[in-house]
Design a binder for this molecule. Structure first.
Ligand code: NDP
Length: 329
């Protein structure tokens, strides 16, 4: 049986792996078969990760994190987790192709998935003009007119990036103010190819075999209008990936995995969570990495207590007491 399985391969998962591997726990990291590397694989310039004054490309940063985790003895398997069993001393994690793995502790760093508009034609036209990833699909929209939906940093980043290819980018937002950071807003405002469409939500997507137009509803006066576009990039945030822990781990009202205070401890002994899957607010690569560190340290402490006590419940209590003693120092 393994000491620790880490599920997820974003900054939280790989940072947890670096720490757990350096602690001699030989972690197994399960990275998704299609989305390994997480959100940063779909990002271009990362300008705010400390230590890279010139910026770094998202995929390059993820490759470096993986290399660092493997260097200290992390085993990485590209496979999808299909189910987990988290109660009791032996946790088991079933994967699509590689079988079932068992460990004394598990860290969830499963991140979050793109939010959808929830329109009937969104799925039908997915890959035919509807996309959630500008860096993956932007190239297909050379000289086209497209719309980006959302008012956060993702929408600003996608819109700005897409002007490299598209003739024109409409940025459609349901309010008249943006949630995005000032620097990202200013970059988008300064770009002549981007036109803002305020107070508008998408209520329909039309097109037989590819996107041809959007139906917009004005959120102030309720009127509708047609916006002819050949592409639609949805950048309206993400939802935590928690589907396989339902019924086993407690969730917060925001849908993230509930953890105790500033720790990574879930409601089950030996089960920890880190990164975007516990964080509805900050959601930065660097905060995810820090959260992965916390999870690895919590898991390490739990496993040491388990070695001393021999059972999970006592180990969780001992780990708790150690926490309190450290805090009191
Ligand atoms: P956010 O949650 O920050 O923003 C989502 C946006 O989409 C909001 O403007 C929201 O509108 C809008 N929205 C949500 N649901 C709908 C809907 N159903 N229809 C229409 N609009 C909708 O998500 P982001 O993905 O932009 O950012 C997430 C986090 O990642 C943030 O912390 C951000 O700072 C970070 N990030 C940082 C980047 C960077 O620094 N380079 C790049 C990308 C992301 P409303 O405002 O009305 O709620």
């Amino acid at each position: 049986m393994r000491e620790i399985i880490i599920i997820g391969s974003g900054p939280a998962g790989f940072t947890a792996a670096i720490y757990a591997a350096r602690a001699g726990l030989s972690p197994l990291l399960l990275a998704s078969s299609v989305e390994a590397g997480g959100e940063l694989m779909k990002t271009t310039d990362v300008e705010n990760f400390p230590g890279f004054p010139e910026g770094i490309q998202g995929p390059e940063l993820m490759m470096k994190l993986q290399e660092q985790a493997e260097k200290f003895g992390t085993e990485v398997i590209l496979d999808d987790v299909t189910s987990v069993q988290l109660e009791g001393d032996v946790k088991s994690v079933e994967t699509g192709y590689s079988g079932t793995f068992e460990a004394r502790s598990v860290i969830f760093a499963t991140g979050s998935a793109y939010r959808k508009l929830g329109l009937p034609d969104e799925e039908r036209l997915s890959g035919r003009g509807v996309s959630w990833c500008a860096t993956c699909d932007g190239f297909f929209f050379k000289t086209k007119t497209i719309a980006v939906i959302g008012g956060g940093d993702s929408a600003m980043e996608e819109a700005t990036f897409l002007t490299r290819f598209a003739e024109k980018v409409y940025l459609v937002h349901r309010k008249d103010t943006l949630r995005a950071s000032k620097i990202m807003q200013e970059r988008a405002f300064a770009n002549d190819k981007i036109e803002f469409v305020w107070n508008s939500e998408v209520v329909g997507i039309s097109g037989e075999n590819a996107v041809e137009a959007l139906t917009l509803r004005n959120t102030v006066d309720g009127t509708t209008s047609e916006l002819p576009v050949q592409g639609l990039f949805v950048a309206i945030g993400n939802d935590p990936r928690v589907h396989f822990v339902h019924g086993q781990l407690d969730l917060t009202s925001e849908g993230t995995i509930a953890v105790a205070g500033r720790t990574s401890k879930t409601n089950l002994p030996g089960v920890f969570a880190a990164g975007d899957v516990i964080d509805p607010h900050y959601r930065q690569a660097v905060t995810a990495a820090a959260s992965g560190t916390v999870a690895a340290l919590d898991a390490e402490q739990f496993l040491a207590a388990l070695d001393q006590t021999g059972d999970e419940e006592s180990a969780a209590v001992v780990a708790e007491i150690v926490d309190e003693l450290v805090a009191a120092e």
